[in-house]
Design a protein around this ligand. Structure first.
Ligand code: AR6
Length: 179
């Protein structure tokens, strides 16, 4: 499903984020940038050791929740990986929505700084970190839509959702944005 905001395209697809051919792929990392399971494990495996070598050298103190840092992309079909750290879901009253929005905002700012015209995001925080998928879909799409309308860059933002459930949750929110 695709929605156009001016000259920018916001797209949702079901698939594997490691297979995307875009300027930047976003990783759902942890604050130590220590690698892990889910998207993080899959991206490190597909990219090779470059990611870990660079995060260790450039960001030895890790990355705070709600922020993001950039590395090159090793063997992935991308120029950069933006490692963002989503909030752990604690019921929704500990600042999780703002922290999640801040992940997307920071990644889109990094895309602008690095002249990236296409960015692929996973549904940050909705796996190991337990963020309810419907709430994540709503917050994530809202902040991305706002950024695209305000800045008219990057040309393409693609959410790559891992299953039908996640795709359906994002599709329902995106549909409501076109009404
Ligand atoms: N492509 C697209 N989406 C995927 C893929 C994939 N290959 N694999 C999983 N997902 P998660 P988080 C979906 O757990 O919740 C790691 O250990 C998954 O179904 O990767 O932010 C890190 O090191 C879910 O919807 O990220 C951190 O410690 C979404 O991607 C922690 O997990 C995010 O799931 C971060 O947890």
């Amino acid at each position: 499903m695709v929605v156009q905001f001016g000259k920018c395209r916001l797209e949702i697809v079901q698939g594997d984020i490691t297979q995307q051919k875009v300027d930047a792929i976003v990783n759902a990392a942890n604050s130590a940038l220590a690698g892990g399971g889910g998207v993080d494990g899959a991206l490190h495996r597909a990219a090779g050791p470059t990611l870990m070598n660079e995060t260790r050298a450039l960001y030895p103190e890790g990355c705070p929740t709600g922020s993001a840092v950039a590395t090159t992309a090793g063997r992935l079909n991308a120029k950069y990986v933006f490692h963002t750290v989503g909030p752990v879901w604690k019921g929704g009253t500990s600042g999780e929505p703002d922290q999640l929005a801040s992940c997307y905002q920071t990644c889109l700012e990094l895309a602008r700084e690095h002249s990236c015209q296409s960015v692929a995001f996973p549904a940050v925080s909705t796996g190991v970190y337990g963020y309810p998928i419907d709430l994540a879909a709503s917050s994530s799409l809202k902040i991305v839509r706002r950024f695209l309308i305000d800045h008219q860059t990057p040309e393409l933002v693609r959410f790559v959702l891992f299953g039908e459930g996640a795709y359906g949750a994002f599709a329902r929110v995106l549909e409501s944005m076109t009404e």
